[in-house]
Design a protein. Structure first.
Length: 748
């Protein structure tokens, strides 16, 4: 039920005054009282959300803004602020969707400019939102901003091409061209799309939309907006120097302030807590510890434990800190910070195995809080790897983890480090993880790789390559940097340089004994340059070393085919022979052996070495008696050598195969083709006439028998000619009496 209006107004005024002074702990407590008085008041929720946001209590702020949206669904501010919170938490896809929802609310209010600003923010957080880019393009057209409309249409073209939808990509570019007929970027993009050349997304020259005000209802709210905007702009760069632990301790300060105001605890205990909080804010650590220790026996709150444990760690009193931090870790609100502080405490005690356990717990908790993929095997692998590492390696790894979770931009560095470790695990396995975590200058390496990737995503390839060279200077043996250099060369169109670089990287992996990684790189290179003989030969050597005979055989076949394409037929044949020997040795399947033998025979035919070709085809028929191509080639070889008897025998076998498969059309086509080539071959004409007769093509059959009879008469084969005339008479041709007279003249 609603509470006291007077109490509500007093609480709101107190909150506004505290917010004006940027005393957010007091502001949150006051706005919380206002919400208690009127739980369904969206205004109080919006103000409370701001205070929680300023204290860095993102989860709580998100819950409050979500409730405010439920209470005032037509007000865009709660949605907008919850999108901001999601963005800060690293939940970028959810944030993007929320900005889209905000844009729809502004559209309903006919505020197109604010809708556009939110659409822009959504596309910056989640690239590839085709529907939103389309809306942006149309909106900019309506606003008369041709430059930005063109950018959006070209972005659409890039995304459509990426999705293999060339037709829509071209239409998007043509739409941009209608806005500015002489725009060189549009013209170049259109030409590239029409020729099938990959295009790059246009650079975003538009300044990101500024943070929008939260309060616009009165003068005091407007002042709060300015504070909010100023702090929001610096939020990503001004982090607590104590990192994750410092953030947890700030959250604990806020929780303690609310707890003390809401609970009727003993005055002395409350006084000690407030003294501790004030001393902590002023950096008087010893005084804060003493005050909290006086209060902790009477106030058993996890926020007090978090602050007391964290302060003890900061004063290098780890033994005393462990108990307090263990209790704080039981609270989900402080779990990540408490785990980190426990890791630091154990590190100070040189108990590196326990330190690693809690530092990894902190990282994993953060990943879960930010909706990072729970399916990633990273943390399972890290726990196994670190637990099995030497004490020296554990010490280095712990120092690395402690470093990334404190200081400026620690959240960004954690995200980048996690992404890099996942990539390292995927590409280099567990050994690669150990290498990157224990490498000298691993902190600089992580930052440098993140910077390279950021430049590449923006298409700034020169800057990316410069940064890669810089990384090589302080970590020359870290091969993933060299891989990135090769990838940049590919994007710049320097394919030959990239291939040379990849070859060098593969040889380095081979020297390290990391054959699987070397094979993967060589395989990727061959996809880019399938005619590179040296790369394929390196891959074959590697596969043979690994005794991967089936894969090696496939590569031998591809190598021989490459030689063929390059016109090196002698080398091609030699390579096919090597493949044939390997296939016989490892009992390769029949289809593969037949494929190799056909390739050898084809080269022998090309070189007019008919004897070797004939031998190869006969070997094929020993493996596959019904191989049509082998029968056909043997038949043609015998015809070429004027051995018509053997040619006819091969022909009959081939016709038998077609007949068993009921391929009558192929029988007819083959015989017609052969008759055209060997017009005087009586066996061919006789068989073609017979097949015409079976098909009911009587006139065609008579024509073939006529031609056959003439050939026989000219050759003096009178008896055979008489038999042919009898076959014609049986077909009842026109002028049958003429055929009977001719038969009588022949003595028939």
């Amino acid at each position: 039920m609603p509470g006291s209006q007077e109490a509500y107004e007093q609480a709101m005024n107190a909150g506004h005054n505290a917010a004006w002074e940027q005393d957010w702990l007091v502001a949150v407590a006051a706005y919380g009282k206002a919400v208690q008085e009127f739980p369904n008041d969206p205004e109080a929720h919006i103000h409370l959300g701001l205070g929680l946001l300023e204290l860095g209590r993102l989860e709580d702020a998100l819950k409050v803004y979500t409730r405010a949206n439920q209470l005032a669904p037509d007000d865009p501010i709660p949605l907008e602020k919850s999108a901001d919170v999601l963005e800060r938490m690293g939940r970028l896809r959810e944030a993007a969707q929320q900005y889209i929802n905000v844009a729809e609310v502004y559209l309903q209010q006919r505020d197109l400019e604010k809708a556009v600003a939110n659409w822009e923010r959504a596309t910056q957080l989640t690239p590839g939102l085709v529907a939103i880019h389309a809306k942006l393009a149309q909106a900019y057209e309506r606003l008369g901003d041709k430059k930005q409309a063109i950018r959006e249409y070209l972005t659409l073209a890039f995304n459509f091409q990426k999705n293999n939808d060339s037709e829509r990509a071209i239409r998007a570019a043509q739409r941009a061209l209608r806005l500015e007929r002489s725009n060189p970027q549009v013209l170049n993009t259109l030409r590239a799309l029409e020729s099938g050349t990959p295009i790059q997304p246009p650079s975003n020259t538009k300044t990101p939309p500024p943070s929008r005000a939260v309060f616009d209802r009165d003068a005091r709210s407007s002042a709060l907006d300015k504070v909010d905007d100023a702090k929001r702009q610096s939020a990503q760069t001004a982090s607590d120097p104590n990192g994750l632990m410092g953030e947890a301790m700030n959250d604990a300060l806020g929780a303690l302030a609310i707890y003390v105001m809401e609970q009727s605890t003993a005055f002395s205990a409350s006084s000690d807590v407030l003294q501790g909080m004030e001393a902590q804010r002023q950096g008087l650590l010893d005084e804060a510890i003493q005050a909290y220790e006086r209060a902790e026996s009477r106030i058993r709150h996890p926020a007090l434990k978090m602050n007391l444990g964290g302060l003890l760690v900061m004063k290098n009193r780890p033994d005393e800190a462990l108990k307090h931090l263990g209790e704080a870790a039981a609270s989900p609100a402080f779990a990540a910070g408490a785990y980190y502080a426990l890791g630091v405490a154990y590190f100070q005690l040189k108990r590196h195995k326990q330190a690693a356990k809690f530092l990894l717990e902190a990282l994993q908790t953060l990943a879960q809080e930010s909706a990072a993929s729970t399916e990633s095997p990273l943390f399972d692998n890290l726990n196994t790897i670190v637990a099995g590492a030497t004490e020296e390696a554990q010490s280095k790894i712990n120092a690395r983890f402690i470093e990334i979770m404190q200081g400026k931009d620690w959240r960004t560095r954690i995200s980048e480090t996690q992404r890099q470790l996942e990539e390292t695990l995927r590409e280099q396995g567990e050994k690669g993880l150990i290498d990157i975590l224990t490498a000298q200058h691993s902190d600089k390496l992580t930052e440098s790789i993140a910077l390279i990737d950021r430049y590449v995503r923006r298409g700034l390839f020169t800057l990316a390559m410069d940064e890669a060279h810089h990384a090589v200077e302080f970590s020359p043996n870290y091969l993933p940097v060299h891989v990135r250099m090769a990838e940049i060369m590919i994007k710049e169109g320097r394919v030959r340089n990239a291939i040379t670089k990849y070859n060098t990287i593969a040889r380095a992996y081979l020297a390290r004994g990391e054959n699987a990684r070397a094979a993967e790189i060589l395989t990727n290179v061959l996809e880019m340059a399938p005619l590179d003989v040296s790369v394929r030969e390196s891959l074959i050597d590697l596969l043979e070393t690994e005794e991967k005979w089936s894969e090696a055989l496939d590569q031998y076949i591809e190598l021989a085919h490459t030689h063929q394409q390059l016109g090196n037929f002698d080398q091609a044949r030699e390579t096919y022979v090597l493949a044939e020997r390997l296939g016989a040795r490892v009992n390769a399947n029949v289809d593969k052996m037949v494929k190799i033998k056909h390739a050898i025979a084809d080269i022998d035919l090309l070189r007019t070495d008919f004897r070797k070709a004939q031998k190869a085809y006969e070997e094929i028929l020993q493996l596959v008696p019904d191989d049509e191509r082998a029968h056909r080639q043997l038949m043609e070889l015998h015809y070429r050598q004027k051995n018509t008897v053997e040619a006819t025998r091969r022909l009959d076998k081939l016709l038998g195969i077609y007949a068993r498969n009921k391929q009558i059309t192929r029988i007819t086509q083959l015989l017609e083709e052969l008759v055209a080539q060997e017009a005087n071959d009586t066996a061919l004409r006789s068989r073609l006439a017979a097949i015409y007769q079976q098909l009911g093509r009587t006139k065609d059959a008579i024509a073939q028998l006529d031609a056959l009879g003439e050939i026989q008469l000219e050759a003096g084969m009178h008896a055979e000619a008489a038999n042919t005339i009898r076959r014609i008479i049986m077909l009842k041709p026109d002028h049958v009496e003429d055929y009977r007279k001719l038969l009588a003249q022949l003595g028939g």
